[in-house]
Design a protein around this ligand. Structure first.
Ligand code: HEM
Ligand code: HEM
Length: 143
C-alpha cells in the first residue's frame, strides 16, 4: 500500500467508526431531555447522515486494500498479521451488507436482525482493526 492509501484507509475507517459509535450512543444509550422529543439527542439525524455518507468512502478503500494489500499478502503466504487480516476480510462483507439491509428492511423483525448483525460485526471490526495495527508490537514484546 502506498502512504496515501494507508492514510485514506485510516481516515475513512475513523470517520465511519466515530459517526457509528456516536450515533449508537445517541440512539440506544441516551434518554431525551424532553419527554415529548422525537429524538434522544438533537444531533441524531446529523450523525446518521454522516455515517451513511462516509460509509461508501470506507467501502472504496476496502476495495483498494483488497486489491493491493490483502490479496497480495494472502497469495505470497505472508504469516505476519495473517489471522487478524483474514478476520477483517471475512468481517467486511457482513458488516457492509447488514448496514444496507437494515436500511431497506421493511419488516420490523428483519430490521432488528440486521441491526444485531451490524452492531456485532462493527464491534468486532473495531477490535480486530486495532489488533491488526498493533499485532507486530505485541509480537515484538513477546519475542
Ligand atoms: C480487509 C483486510 C485488511 C485491512 C483493512 C488491512 C489494513 C492494514 C493497514 C491499514 C496496515 C498498516 C499499514 C501501514 O501502517 O503502513 C496493515 C499492515 C499489514 N497487514 Fe493488513 N489489512 C488487511 C488484510 C491483511 C491480510 C489478509 C494480511 C496477511 C495475510 C495482512 C498483513 C499485513 C502486514 C504483514 C502488514 C505490515 C506490513 C505492511 O504494511 O504491508 N493484512 N494492514
Ligand atoms: C463499510 C462499513 C459500514 C457500512 C457500509 C455501514 C452502513 C450503515 C447503514 C447503511 C446504516 C443504516 C442507516 C439508516 O438506517 O439510515 C448503518 C447503521 C448503523 N451503523 Fe453502520 N456501516 C458500516 C460500519 C459501521 C461501523 C464500523 C460502526 C461502528 C460503530 C457502525 C455503526 C452503526 C450504527 C450504530 C448504526 C445505527 C443502527 C441503528 O440503531 O439503527 N457501522 N450503517
Amino acid at each position: 500500500m502506498s502512504r496515501l492509501d494507508v492514510v485514506l484507509v485510516h481516515v475513512a475507517n475513523l470517520l465511519v467508526c466515530v459517526t457509528g459509535l456516536v450515533w449508537f450512543v445517541m440512539r440506544h444509550l441516551m434518554e431525551p431531555a424532553d419527554e415529548f422529543a422525537l429524538q434522544n439527542h438533537p444531533l441524531e439525524d446529523e450523525f446518521q447522515a454522516a455515517h451513511v455518507l462516509t460509509a461508501p468512502l470506507l467501502l472504496v478503500m476496502l476495495g483498494v486494500v483488497w486489491a493491493v494489500h490483502a490479496r497480495v499478502h494472502l497469495a505470497s503466504g505472508t504469516r505476519a498479521r495473517r489471522r487478524s487480516g483474514l478476520a477483517l476480510v471475512f468481517l467486511a462483507l457482513p458488516m457492509a451488507a447488514s448496514g444496507y439491509l437494515l436500511q431497506v428492511a421493511v419488516d420490523g423483525g428483519w430490521r432488528d436482525a440486521w441491526l444485531l448483525v451490524h452492531l456485532v460485526t462493527s464491534a468486532a471490526w473495531i477490535a480486530l482493526f486495532a489488533v491488526h495495527q498493533l499485532a507486530h508490537r505485541f509480537g515484538r514484546a513477546r519475542g
